[in-house]
Design a protein around this ligand. Structure first.
Ligand SMILES: Cc1cc2nc3c(=O)[nH]c(=O)nc-3n(C[C@H](O)[C@H](O)[C@H](O)COP(=O)(O)O)c2cc1C
Length: 368
């Protein structure tokens, strides 16, 4: 099947992308003291030169004392870290790509295996990372207000440094998702509530502040997931109606693109239709969407964290959905982490050169 549908350009506000392929945000932990160095810039530039349309950075944390559980995860605040990011975006532009940072607050986390812990306790809507792990403090009204401002500041800095977009990390059980989920949001004030729509307020306020900071013409992406790392098959929205009540406030707040994270893009979201999460999100909101999850690979990314290898697989099902108009963009994670030329190889139909994924690829910033 032709992959031509993946190689049409895409434009939206500040984005002018040469194809539909997005590098998925992937934490690499190669930024000591939160500062991305030359090696990180070279890694992203190689992906731009490899014709990735849009690069989303690894999660990079906002200016809150306990927004991270890992000293090697990059910061998106402070002069040295921002100078590092300035170099990253300059290199990516020189390599012909476009890029947005994924701005991140981890919320209440488990302690990192390195033994490093932030100087203050983790913070979230409650003390919980998931119903079985209590490891932080519930945020006060002032904490919440300051955190929303910190997201906005990071977005303003992204625009000021010359990035082409910004992605808010609202997925995978981190801070914003901890507010969405009743398993972690047991608040009885206006930041909690019995319905998902009520618990969406924090996420919507973050999007609003980001929009206020970057203006109308800058593309804002929010990443969302139904699943949690502590509950793979969990569905935050159990029906299309619930999904609408979750997504619409985020769209009304100013999100332009919904990045719909799944482990496997081909899995239907609700019974009675083969539409996936990105398919439903586009249908319900009319907004542009990004799909993701095991594109071109046999195994999913949680398997990769357990050390399982994946084989390269066909893109036929992906292109079928793309041609049907289910989504606008396709994020690809591990294949591009392991091979900066993955996109070029697909474009040139060099499928015999596609490698699959093994866990060794996680140990370095691969440049070839
Ligand atoms: C090493 C690694 C780090 C990741 N870090 C992040 C992250 O910082 N932010 C995020 O939203 N997702 C993160 N993810 C999830 C990926 O963005 C992507 O959704 C997932 O790998 C599925 O895509 P794939 O099957 O093409 O790899 C990470 C995945 C991997 C493999």
């Amino acid at each position: 099947m032709s992959t031509e549908s993946l190689f049409r350009p895409f434009s939206l506000k500040s984005l002018n992308i040469k194809n539909r392929i997005v590098m998925a945000p992937m934490t690499r932990s190669f930024s000591p003291n939160g500062i991305p160095g030359e090696n990180v810039a070279a890694y992203y530039r190689k992906r731009a030169e490899g014709e990735v349309g849009l690069i989303l950075s690894e999660g990079t944390v906002i200016d809150r004392v306990s927004s991270s559980n890992d000293a090697n995860v990059p910061h998106f605040y402070g002069a040295e870290s921002l100078a590092g990011w300035q170099n990253v975006i300059n290199e990516v532009h020189a390599g012909g790509g476009q890029m947005g940072p994924q701005i991140w607050h981890m919320g209440v986390m488990y302690n990192h295996h390195s033994g490093w812990v932030p100087p203050q306790p983790f913070e979230g809507p409650s003390e919980f990372n998931n119903p079985d792990l209590k490891n932080g403090v519930a945020m006060t009204e002032k904490d919440i207000e300051d955190t929303i401002i910190a997201y906005g500041k990071a977005a303003a800095d992204a625009k000021r440094l010359g990035f082409d977009t910004v992605e808010i990390h609202g997925a995978h059980g981190y801070l914003i998702d901890q507010f969405f989920w009743e398993g972690t949001n047991n608040r009885t004030d206006a930041w909690g509530g019995k319905t998902l729509a009520e618990r969406t307020r924090f996420g919507a306020e973050v999007v609003k502040e980001v929009r206020r900071q970057v203006g109308e013409d800058f593309a804002v992406i929010i990443r969302l997931s139904q699943f949690k790392p502590s509950a793979y098959d969990f569905k935050l929205a159990g029906t299309p109606q619930e999904m609408e009540a979750w997504l619409n406030p985020l769209v009304d707040a100013g999100a332009d693109i919904l990045h719909c994270s799944q482990r496997r893009f081909w899995e239907p979201e609700f019974e009675g239709s083969d539409l996936n999460f990105a398919g439903w999100a586009k249908k319900l909101t009319g907004k542009a969407t990004i799909t993701v999850g095991s594109v071109g690979l046999s195994g999913d990314f949680f398997g990769a964290f357990r050390g399982e290898n994946s084989e390269a697989t066909s893109l036929d099902e992906l292109t079928r959905r793309m041609e049907r108009g289910d989504f606008d963009l396709v994020a690809v994670g591990r294949p591009i982490l392991a091979d900066p030329s993955w996109v070029k190889k697909i474009k040139d139909n060099r499928t015999s050169e596609l490698k699959g994924f093994s866990k060794e690829a996680l140990g370095e910033l691969i440049l070839e």
